[in-house]
Write a protein that binds this ligand. Structure first.
Ligand code: ZN
Length: 316
């Protein structure tokens, strides 16, 4: 658990209230799947919902934050609450962790009359651990709640998704998160807007990484402009990007190509088709990077990608 144990983000208020209402009306399934892009605060929302379930005197907005249960959660010592995440970022959630969760759920609650488990990111489950989890989903225990939170849940077996109540967390409008971002970062409105735009309006990403994402985006755009104008070559650009975060470069390249493709489509230009091919290549490169266990040669990956896309860009 991070230091921010029970926080509530303003842009998640509607999602929070919807789920809490469903819970009050007895319409909340024992297993929820919170789905939405990275950087929206899905884990915070999941903790908040589970805290409300464990709370000894819940308020309309969720946990009271004062009772023994809430205090133990804040201190990260609640005996009825378990959080399962991969041991290292980008890693898998193995079968042992899921077995631990199953054992935990089957024990008698000690404080709250209820057991709660948060598992995130859901897509970190592998085939074996997903199968083990199915058992809990198929034979729910009345005294346990489970929330799975993830962004790429299409990677999970359909049997897992179909046994959970799906709650989609929507990306907020920039206007709805600007005051929060400016308050948290001390950034100007223009800066905060720029960070949000670069991070697809994901507020937490914008706060944590906005400045860096904007900087990488500018570098990537100017390098790709130079490549299109044949003022640079793929290997020089790949070497330049070698000192930057590869995933951020790929994401910036994707945004750059998408903007060019939209422009080409608006102009009825034939370049739109080759830009679509380049976009596919970038998505594939991001997929390779996402498979952390494959440990790809990042320099080679960038070189191959830029050679393929560079020749198309220069032909436009
Ligand atoms: Zn409470």
């Amino acid at each position: 658990m991070s230091d921010r144990v029970l926080v509530h983000y303003p842009w998640l208020e509607a999602d929070r209230d919807r789920i809490l209402n469903q819970d009050r009306e007895g319409r909340m399934h024992h297993a929820l799947m919170l789905q939405g892009p990275h950087g929206l605060g899905k884990i915070a929302l999941a903790r908040w919902i589970l805290a409300a379930r464990l709370c000894l005197s819940p308020a309309s907005y969720g946990p009271c934050l004062e009772c023994r249960s809430c205090q133990l959660l804040q201190a990260q010592t609640h005996p009825d609450y378990l959080e399962i995440q991969p041991e290292k970022a980008g890693g898998q959630i193995g079968i042992d962790a899921v077995r631990e969760a199953i054992e935990f759920i089957q024990k008698t609650p000690s404080i709250s009359g209820h057991k709660a488990v948060l598992l995130a990111p859901a897509e970190a489950l592998n085939v074996a651990s997903a199968n083990a989890l199915l058992k809990v989903l198929e034979e729910p225990s009345g005294e346990a709640s489970l929330i799975l939170a993830g962004e790429a849940i299409h990677r999970l077996p359909a049997t897992i998704i179909s046994r959970c109540q799906l709650q989609v967390v929507q990306v907020p409008e920039a206007e709805a998160v600007l005051p929060w971002l400016m308050d948290q970062s001390g950034a100007s409105e223009a800066q905060a807007r720029e960070w949000l735009a670069a991070c697809g309006n994901a507020p937490i990403d914008a706060l944590d990484n906005g400045e860096l994402v904007v900087k990488v985006g500018k570098t990537v755009a100017s390098d790709l402009d130079a490549l299109s104008a044949r003022k640079s070559d793929p290997l020089t650009v790949a070497a330049h990007w070698g000192s930057l975060d590869t995933v951020l470069c790929l994401q910036a390249m994707w945004r750059y190509l998408l903007a060019r493709q939209q422009q080409a489509l608006a102009e009825g230009s034939a370049a739109a088709a080759s830009l679509a091919d380049s976009l596919k290549d970038v998505v594939e490169a991001l997929r390779v990077m996402d498979r952390a266990h494959t440990n790809p040669n990042q320099q080679l990956l960038l070189e191959e990608l830029l050679i393929a896309c560079g020749s198309r860009l220069a032909l436009e």
